[in-house]
Design a protein around this ligand. Structure first.
Ligand code: ADP
Ligand code: MG
Length: 182
């Protein structure tokens, strides 16, 4: 059994996954697992797509690369997809959301090409990542949080930190109950 929970922080590019994950890692002591970084560093891809301006991810390689760490628990998985991760690995799925105008400004600041910018804005409006999360995981573990302002981010991090503390209490007592029965 895991001593610490695994959390996915997902959502459309620009919603604030990395910023939230870093802040959460600092506050909770859990580890920020940046999938973008791992895909690059461990070459979990089949090359670069000029059309999408991103790596073509080899999901099997990626899962192999993170399996050991994630199974040990205490990972904050930062990525714009979630349905590839086995359900048994994951305790909480946080889907961050942002308004179109906010996302437009953030992605423009990142110099996204017009087509990619529009595709991501459409995806956010259509709630693609939220639907994906709800289909892949039990609805009780999927939470949707707004990430337009720094106040919202602070309150999100507070909520998730409180959830982590509660998870640890619940799971520590489950562990103790098991022990006392044996
Ligand atoms: P993602 O990892 O989802 O692509 P980032 O965490 O890199 O998004 O955030 C994109 C940009 O938006 C960064 O400049 C970040 O500081 C800003 N940002 C993200 N979330 C918020 C928020 N809730 N309030 C204010 N700025 C934010
Ligand atoms: Mg990011």
């Amino acid at each position: 059994m895991r001593q610490n929970p695994n959390i996915i922080v997902t959502g459309t590019p620009g919603v604030g996954k990395t910023t939230h994950s870093e802040s959460l890692a600092e506050r909770t002591g859990l580890r920020h697992v940046s999938v973008n970084q791992i895909v690059k560093d461990k070459e979990c891809h089949e090359g670069w797509s000029d059309e999408y301006q991103s790596w073509i991810v080899d999901e099997d390689k990626l899962l192999d690369a993170i399996e050991e760490d994630v199974k040990a628990g205490g990972c904050i998985i930062d990525w714009h997809a979630c349905d590839l991760f086995p359900r048994s690995w994951i305790d909480l799925v946080v889907v961050l959301r942002a308004d179109s105008s906010t996302l437009f400004d953030r992605l423009t600041a990142r110099d996204y090409a017009e087509a990619k910018l529009q595709e991501n804005l459409d995806s956010e409006i259509m709630e693609v990542l939220l639907q994906e999360a709800r289909e892949a995981f039990d609805e009780e573990i999927v939470i949707e949080l707004m990430s337009n302002t720094s106040d919202e981010m602070e309150s999100n991090v507070d909520r998730i930190e409180a959830w982590v503390k509660q998870w640890k209490l619940d799971n520590a007592s489950a562990g103790n109950a098991l022990k006392s029965k044996t």
